[in-house]
Structure formats: C-alpha cells, structure tokens
Write a protein that binds this ligand. Sequence first.
Ligand SMILES: *[C@@H]1O[C@H](CO)[C@@H](O)[C@H](O)[C@H]1NC(C)=O
Ligand SMILES: *[C@@H]1O[C@H](CO)[C@@H](O)[C@H](O)[C@H]1NC(C)=O
Ligand SMILES: *[C@@H]1O[C@H](CO)[C@@H](O)[C@H](O)[C@H]1NC(C)=O
Ligand SMILES: [Zn+2]
Ligand SMILES: [Zn+2]
Length: 308
Amino acid sequence: MAPTLSHLLLAILVIFSIQTFKGRARTLKPEHQQSFGSFLQKLEGVQKGQAAERLLDLKKYLKKFGYYPSDATLTSSDFDDHLELALKAYQKFYRLNVTGNLDSSTTQQMMIPRCGVPDIINPPPSTEPSSTESKHKKFHMVAHYAFGSNKWPPSKYALTYTFGPGVHDFDLKTMRSVCADAFQKWAEVTSFTFTEATDGASADLVIAFYSGDHGDGASFDGPGKILAHAFFPQDGRLHYDADENWSTDPAMDQIDLESVSVHEIGHLLGLHHSNDSESIMYPSIHIGRKKRDLTQVDIAGIHALYPN
Ligand SMILES: *[C@@H]1O[C@H](CO)[C@@H](O)[C@H](O)[C@H]1NC(C)=O
Ligand SMILES: *[C@@H]1O[C@H](CO)[C@@H](O)[C@H](O)[C@H]1NC(C)=O
Ligand SMILES: *[C@@H]1O[C@H](CO)[C@@H](O)[C@H](O)[C@H]1NC(C)=O
Ligand SMILES: [Zn+2]
Ligand SMILES: [Zn+2]
C-alpha cells in the first residue's frame, strides 16, 4: 500500500512540475508565435485524405519558403498529394524523417524562428518534372551550400552600406558596431570590403528595420516566426523585423542581432540557404542562441560563388 501511494504522489509531483515549466515557457513566447505554434500543434497528426481548417495556412507557409511549384494555387484545406510532396521536400531539407506526415518533429521545426528568404529559390512549375536533375541545373546545390546566378561583379567588390528607416529608432550606434563585425566575418574570407557610405552618398547596401507589410512583397509578421530577410545581388536591401526582441547579448527570449546579420549578409552576397544546421546560412535560429561564426560550409560556399 505505502509504496504505491508514494509512487502515485511522485507521479503527481512530476506531472505538476512539468506543467508549471511548460506554462512558464509559454508565457515567455511572443503572442504571434503562440498562435502560429498552437495552430501547428492542432494540425499535428492530421492524415492524408482528411481536411482541417488551418491546412491552407500550412500550405501557404510551405509555398512561401519554396516547397510548392511556382505556379501552384492553394485553395483547398484538404491534405492532398501536393501537400504530402511539399512536406516531404521540407523534411528532406531539414533532415527529418521523410514521412510526408505532419509529425511532431516537423511541426517543431516550423516553430523555430527563421529567415524570410525561401529555402528553395525559383522552384520549377508543376508542369516541369521536378527531378533532382532539373533542380541541379537551376541552382547549384553543391555539398551543403547553395547559390544562384546572382552575384556582384569584380568591379563591385568594394561595397558601401548605409542605414535606412527604423535604424535610428533602434540604436544607430549599436547597429554600426554589430554590422561592422558581421561584415568583417565575410570580408576576412573574400575579396570584398565593406565601408559605411559617407553622408548623402548612395550606397550599394541599405540596412533597415520594418514592421509588417513594408512594400517589398515580403511582409513581416510581428514577434517570432520571421526575423529578417535580404535580397540577392545586386539589390542590396537587408531588412530586420522591427517587432523582434533584438539583443547584442540575448537572454532566452531574445534574438541575437549579430547572428542574424551575418546570415543576411550571406544573402546580400548571393548565398542561398544551407541544409547544414551548424552553417550560418541555415534558415532557422533558436531564440537566445548566438551563432556568429562562418563554418567551413559557409566558406566553401562563398569561395565557390566567388572563386579567386
Ligand atoms: C526518425 O525515426 C526514427 C525511427 O522511428 C527515430 O528513432 C528518430 O528519432 C526519428 N528522427 C527524427 C528527426 O524525428
Ligand atoms: C544537403 O544538400 C545536399 C545538396 O543537395 C545533399 O546532397 C545532401 O544530401 C543534403 N543533406 C541532407 C542530410 O539532406
Ligand atoms: C525583451 O527581452 C527582455 C530580456 O529578456 C525582457 O525583459 C523584455 O520584456 C522583452 N521585451 C519584449 C517586448 O518581449
Ligand atoms: Zn536566410
Ligand atoms: Zn523587406
């Protein structure tokens, strides 16, 4: 009798402590992420052939990041063959088990904050056979790094940058120092130099903070989920989501400004996302994590794009 009772008590205590921890962890999460997370959690385990109201949002999420053919129109909230294919492609990129199901490791990966740039750039239209071969012709996915055909010409290896909207509200002094450090990481392994443009001069790269829809077709989404995005050469725009809790020394509910900056500068130079989770060019980053140094994968990628 006695041991059973104490075991029961212990079990209750364990359940109780897990729930308090979960509750506390949840209150730390920003509003948006909570709703995105809970919608994903509700979808977890939905099977092919079933319909669920929020499946359309999931399809839009997958399309945004390049996991649907470029000409796909998403209207139904059925779990159809196309969704299964998209999930498999997502799972392959993130090195999850390629089940085509909405399992918990897949929904958990989707909840990690990430860059707004698609993982698969210019996915072929549905009429084209989406064989690995045709993909390889479109964009080099050599080893674990990737890039496209957009790059800076040698006459543009001395790039200038300037700070645009929102940076002054954030903290210009901090941005100057964080960006100088982040640019330096890439300058060390390439022929590029990066200098702040003199007042009033036009610059090659423009760094800004925006909230929500800011007119470039890639809206931000409040705290969490999408952190920043940047355009491939020779566009030069780098945008941070002004609604994130940015920090230069992140607590467990903050995002490291320098880590995200090093990643986005990789896009400014022409790199696509890497599927190596330690690489700077990996799309997602955990809240509170500092990941500021280029890895061998990043260096091999930039050298392959700019061999000299
Ligand atoms: C993949 O499946 C195996 C076997 O079911 C499991 O042990 C492993 O943890 C899974 N991996 C991921 C990333 O979910
Ligand atoms: C990462 O991408 C490369 C290039 O497509 C591929 O060869 C490799 O298998 C991928 N790795 C994983 C684990 O998916
Ligand atoms: C940002 O993070 C700090 C440090 O953890 C925290 O005190 C603050 O409440 C957060 N602000 C927002 C708006 O979440
Ligand atoms: Zn990115
Ligand atoms: Zn933008």
